[in-house]
Design a binder for this molecule. Structure first.
Ligand SMILES: [Zn+2]
Length: 149
């Protein structure tokens, strides 16, 4: 009978700085948020589905999408998680939520912050509205958070 050797576990953390190009579509999306106070999507010429954030090709029909359309600053929460503990990278002091939000006029959801600390107020179907920062940097965080309405 062989004796099992206890395995040692070494823990480490690797920091990997990186840069990547956002691409033309995300660039335009961020530009609209950062400069024009607008949230833009693209519409499929075949099925009419509006994508926010914008994609070049429709996931349903594989058509190239080139028609830009403004969507609402209000939307509906399709799913969420509530953050209760803090780390160095948290955008807000917990509790707050991360949610999949489908903006009015869009057919796809995107993830953003919900500035609400009351767990009871979170529910699928809750209505929210974008709150923009005063000083913008053409980043998705130019929408500081969404607030319940
Ligand atoms: Zn389509």
């Amino acid at each position: 009978m062989s004796e099992e050797k206890e395995k040692k576990i070494y823990r480490g953390r690797i920091k990997v700085p990186y840069k990547h190009t956002a691409g033309d579509y995300v660039e335009r999306f961020m530009e609209a948020i950062g400069k024009e106070d607008k949230i833009m999507g693209v519409k499929c010429p075949k099925c009419g589905k509006v994508y926010v954030p914008p994609k070049m090709v429709c996931f349903e029909c594989f058509e190239k999408m080139e028609e830009w359309t403004e969507v609402g600053k209000q939307g509906t929460v399709e799913g969420f998680t509530i953050i209760n503990h803090s780390t160095d990278v948290m955008p807000l002091k917990p509790p707050f939520g991360y949610a999949i939000i489908v903006l009015d006029g869009a057919d796809t959801g995107f993830v953003h912050i919900i500035n609400e600390s009351d767990h009871e107020k979170f529910k699928k179907g809750m209505r929210v509205e974008a709150v923009f920062k005063d000083r913008r940097q053409k980043k998705i965080t130019d929408i500081e958070y969404f607030k319940p309405i």
